[in-house]
Design a protein around this ligand. Structure first.
Ligand code: API
Length: 286
């Protein structure tokens, strides 16, 4: 079906899935922004675009609502894996997906009424090298460094999951603080490609609580790559065990860190709706 879309969420972090072979329009930055707009479009935290690949079972591009492209998305990968399973692209419950941030392996762990419900993704390695994140830090690794903002400083810990992350530990999680300083950190020149920001409170050696400000998307209810970033930094700083629950406003993910910093994420996904993009909407896209 032409211009067929599926909208799904992972812990309230929602995405629209499109198949490049089935859309009859160019996915320009303007089209992305329009489709993701909650009033002039369908509304979502981004677009997952199924694309051809020779290097994996399936290919994926991840587009933020501001029109920028991301290298990786954890909730996005679980949603995409569910789409591949539920719409019969995938012939097995385990398959590989190529993203701009590297190749991952996805597995359908649990089904409900024949539809994928719980998905596990081996998200690749957490990378701490400043130059690979990238972050303009003189040190080889940007751990416990100070980021100077206009009105305050933050102790930051940076890591890449393919996409870049800045993890800040705090005793008091405050949504207003995240929404005030998240955008200032996201766009700070310390981060050449901008950055995803997480404020994290350690609850116990097996649980942390996090609030998220996403690069190119802003405040979201959950983030899979952010959860992996938070877990990797917390393990590296000796704050938590290697099997960790990351609790976010939209729900919790299970994150496992192995001895080589390979990150495994497990969590639920749900479909919200499916349908066809209206001709009127498409006619207005530049
Ligand atoms: N906005 C992120 C991509 C989506 C990450 C998040 N939705 C996830 O589940 O990992 C970035 O520009 O790197």
């Amino acid at each position: 079906m032409h211009n067929f879309f599926v909208k799904s969420h992972g812990l309230g972090n929602d995405y629209i899935v499109l198949n490049q072979d089935e859309i009859g329009f160019e996915l320009t930055e303007d089209a992305i922004r329009r489709i993701c707009d909650v009033h002039f479009g369908i509304g979502s935290d981004g677009i997952l675009l199924k694309v051809p690949t020779f290097h994996a079972n399936f290919g994926l591009r991840i587009l933020n609502p501001d029109g920028s492209e991301a290298e990786k998305s954890g909730n996005g990968l679980r949603i995409f894996a569910k789409y591949l399973h539920d719409y019969q692209f995938a012939k097995s419950r385990k398959f590989t997906i190529e993203t701009p941030g590297g190749l991952v392996q996805a597995e359908i762990i649990k089904e409900k009424n024949g539809k994928a419900k719980t998905v596990r993704v081996d998200m690749g390695k957490a990378i701490f090298s400043s130059t690979k994140i990238p972050v303009n830090c003189e040190k080889e690794e940007c751990i416990d460094e100070t980021l100077h903002l206009e009105y305050r400083d933050y102790p930051v810990n940076c890591v890449s999951m393919g996409n870049p992350h800045c993890v800040i530990f705090t005793e008091n999680l405050d949504e207003k603080e995240v929404k005030t300083f998240g955008p200032q950190i996201e766009t700070n020149p310390f981060f050449p490609n901008r950055i995803n920001v997480q404020f994290v409170k350690v609850i116990s050696p097996t649980e942390v609580e996090a609030m998220i400000w996403e690069r190119g998307a802003g405040w979201t209810l959950a983030s899979g790559s952010s959860s992996c970033a938070v877990a990797a930094v917390a393990v590296k700083k000796g704050l938590v065990q290697k099997c960790l629950t990351v609790k976010m406003p939209g729900g919790s993910l299970q994150i496992e860190t192995d001895e080589h910093w390979n990150m495994r994420m497990t969590g639920e996904v749900s479909e919200i709706a499916s349908g066809v993009l209206s001709r009127e909407l498409l006619a207005e896209l530049s």
